[in-house]
Design a protein around this ligand. Structure first.
Ligand code: NAP
Length: 242
């Protein structure tokens, strides 16, 4: 049976790199994204050219109805076997005391509520052998002082979600794991106001450089694969030693 995987935030960054890697492994793919139709359509065409089925679905993960529509579209490709819970945002980098309540709510809504809504749809539809990978962050254990402590706190919640769901879904044969990237070269840093953050951080990363999206995608693909059949409840750090 061909695997069918939903990737939220699949249009750019880590999500897009994961989509490319999974397409080469033969997965049919449903990519969720929020508003950048052009980028989503471009990657979807690229995936189809590899011979798999792929759809791009505008689905804001904060909205339960849009999440349901994303999973309905994925189900048209076949029984859903994988979810990469990836759509995430930060907010402007700065001291905790300057945090705007609207930015706080946005981070919680996308990175926590959105993850839970997607995991719930997945859990309702998946059967034995399926797997969920939640994209956490090294921030969950480092705390991101002076940058975005609230984001780190929400990523720690992702880890708790992973551990709890892994135990709850294990009797159904569904595995749940997390990948916790360090500092990866994507657009997320520009959106938080510091496009050069990966290069500036290089000197404090033990491997001496930021990561590339495909290096995170490799870990995600492994956790979704049968090679990880006995791995559940794991939080796999992909941070160059961070
Ligand atoms: P990115 O390049 O900024 O891409 C974010 C993706 O999420 C885009 O496809 C975007 O779609 C989508 N998205 C944003 N808000 C959404 C919403 N409300 N509903 C649905 N889709 C939404 O981000 P990234 O760096 O690849 O990050 C992916 C994940 O890795 C996030 O969970 C992030 O917290 C985590 N992470 C990243 C790093 C890093 O250094 N990059 C480190 C640790 C953890 P549109 O383009 O349509 O807006």
């Amino acid at each position: 049976m061909t695997p069918v995987t939903v990737i939220t935030g699949g249009s750019r960054g880590i999500g897009a790199a994961t989509a490319r890697r999974l397409a080469h492994a033969g997965h049919h793919l449903a990519l969720g994204y929020r508003r950048d139709h052009h980028t989503a359509d471009t990657i979807t065409a690229e995936l189809r050219a590899t011979g798999v089925r792929a759809v791009a679905v505008p689905a804001d993960t904060r909205d339960p109805n849009q999440v349901t529509a994303l999973f309905d579209a994925a189900a048209q490709l076949g029984p859903i076997t994988g979810l990469v819970n990836n759509a995430g945002i930060t907010s402007p980098i700065g001291p905790f005391t300057d945090l705007d309540p609207d930015d706080l709510r946005h981070v919680v809504d996308v990175n926590l509520i959105g993850y839970i809504l997607c995991a719930q749809q997945a859990a309702r539809r998946m059967t034995h052998g399926a797997a969920i990978v939640n994209i956490s962050s090294a921030a969950a254990t480092l705390g991101s002082p002076g940058e975005y402590v609230h984001y780190a706190a929400v990523k720690a919640a992702t880890d708790a979600l992973t551990i709890g769901l892994a135990k709850e879904l294990a009797p159904h044969g569904i595995r749940v794991n997390a990948v916790a990237p360090g500092i990866i070269r994507t657009d997320i840093h520009a959106l938080s106001g510091q496009p050069d953050r990966p290069d500036r951080a290089a000197s404090r990363i033990p491997l001496g450089r930021p990561g590339e999206p495909d290096e995170v995608a490799a870990a995600i693909a492994w956790l979704l694969s049968p090679d990880a059949s006995y791995t559940t409840g794991a939080i796999l750090r992909v941070g160059g030693g961070l």
